[in-house]
Write a protein that binds this ligand. Structure first.
Ligand code: IMP
Ligand code: MG
Length: 175
């Protein structure tokens, strides 16, 4: 049976907000080059849309970590599935995530990436669920949308690997 999905943030609103954040980031990094780290798989749609709108020179790398099992509950275990291809030394790095929930994934990632000697490192997320934060030390520099504590899909976010390709942010209604 197909799940029913309620639209939480329509496509136009997501795209408009990404343009605003891209303009802000482009201003903040004027005169510099930006090294984007896309956190797979969820961050891939947001990273592409953001990168297309940046006016500073951009390079890209990808990392895959697992923090969740196949359901909607955090396992609390973070594991590197795919590491970066390139070193971070001397680079202005921006980590691009789909969503910050408990903050466990990012707390762990920031700790290991900071040790690789980037010139600077900041964090950008499409969605943030501040109520769910366990790791309070995670500081988010750029957030498109703060959302309530609901499990969302679309724009890269999945439910059991489904719905990543939805062009809007939606909530799977429990039937
Ligand atoms: P955290 O470590 O708890 O902050 O979780 C971060 C990761 O959990 C995200 O990168 C997502 O892959 C996943 N996640 C958290 N909340 C949601 C959600 O509402 N929908 C889909 N994935 C989520
Ligand atoms: Mg993710």
């Amino acid at each position: 049976m197909e799940d029913k999905i309620r639209v939480l943030i329509p496509e136009e609103d997501v795209n408009r907000k990404i343009s605003e954040i891209a303009a802000l980031i482009s201003r903040d990094y004027a005169g510099k080059a930006l090294h984007l780290i896309c956190i797979l798989k969820g961050g891939v749609f947001f990273t592409c849309e953001l990168a297309k709108r940046l006016t500073v020179p951009v390079s890209l790398d990808f990392m895959s970590v697992s923090s969740y099992g196949s359901g909607t509950q955090s396992s609390g275990v973070v594991k590197i599935i795919k590491d970066l291809d390139e070193p971070l030394e001397g680079k202005d790095v921006l980590i691009v995530e789909d969503i910050i929930d408990s903050g466990r994934t990012l707390a762990y990632l920031m700790e290991i990436l900071e040790k690789r000697g980037p010139k600077s490192i900041r964090l950008c997320t499409l969605l943030d669920k501040p109520e769910r934060r366990v790791k309070k030390q995670v500081k988010v520099d750029y957030t498109c949308f703060g959302i309530p504590d609901e499990f969302v899909v679309g724009y890269g976010l999945d439910y059991d690997q489904k719905y990543r390709n939805l062009p809007y942010i939606g909530v799977v209604e429990q039937q």
